[in-house]
Design a binder for this molecule. Structure first.
Ligand SMILES: CC(C)(COP(=O)(O)OP(=O)(O)OC[C@H]1O[C@@H](n2cnc3c(N)ncnc32)[C@H](O)[C@@H]1OP(=O)(O)O)[C@@H](O)C(=O)NCCC(=O)NCCS
Length: 156
């Protein structure tokens, strides 16, 4: 069984260990515990975990404000990859954005992260720019990608 749970500060303790384990095995410069704690207390930030059979399979973190979404973090457990979890998290985020009159979704990705770039392209993001030397650990540029969303038909 699959479920998607929005995490706020009071729930974070329950999922903290699993989230941090996935984070540390997924990124060369992982977010710290404090980074996640800031997100779960921020009014504009959303942290969702996807549970599959009671286990954390992945999570997504994004900011939603002023008609835009900024994707901040996305990772899937190493053993759960290539099964559609990343795509599901992204498409749910886009659905929620559409229901909240978001018109544009933004993200940054490392040029070397071909898998993530493929996923983003696959769900409709387009490369719209570069931020030079954005990643301080490697000095890599960031590729900026965006997705423009048509207004949802409210049936009026
Ligand atoms: C990027 C990541 C979130 C993808 O999650 P996932 O659950 O494995 O992805 P999905 O199974 O939903 O795959 C969806 C699409 O992503 C792309 N993709 C996923 N794995 C891929 C791989 N190994 N090689 C090439 N493309 C891949 C494909 O476009 C795929 O579509 P397809 O199944 O039709 O081929 C996951 O690999 C991950 O956690 N990576 C480490 C953290 C990271 O890089 N996060 C993104 C930071 S910008």
């Amino acid at each position: 069984m699959i479920s998607l749970i929005g995490i706020r500060e009071k729930d974070f303790l329950l999922f903290e260990a699993d989230i941090l384990a996935i984070e540390r095995s997924s990124f060369s410069s992982p977010w710290s515990r404090n980074s996640f704690k800031e997100e779960v207390t921020s009014p504009i930030s959303h942290l969702w975990v996807l549970l599959a059979d009671g286990m954390v399979a992945g999570y997504i973190c994004f900011w939603m404000f002023a008609g835009e979404i900024h994707l901040m973090n996305l990772a899937v457990h190493g053993k759960r990859r290539k099964k559609g979890v990343g795509r599901l998290l992204l498409t749910k985020m886009i659905d929620v954005g559409q229901s909240n009159r978001v018109h544009e979704v933004w993200l940054e990705v490392r040029p070397s992260n071909l898998i993530a770039r493929d996923l983003y392209q696959n769900v409709g993001f387009m490369e719209t720019g570069r931020r030079p030397r954005y990643y301080s650990d490697t000095g890599e540029d960031a590729i900026v990608m965006s997705l423009s969303m048509p207004e949802k038909d409210m049936g009026l």
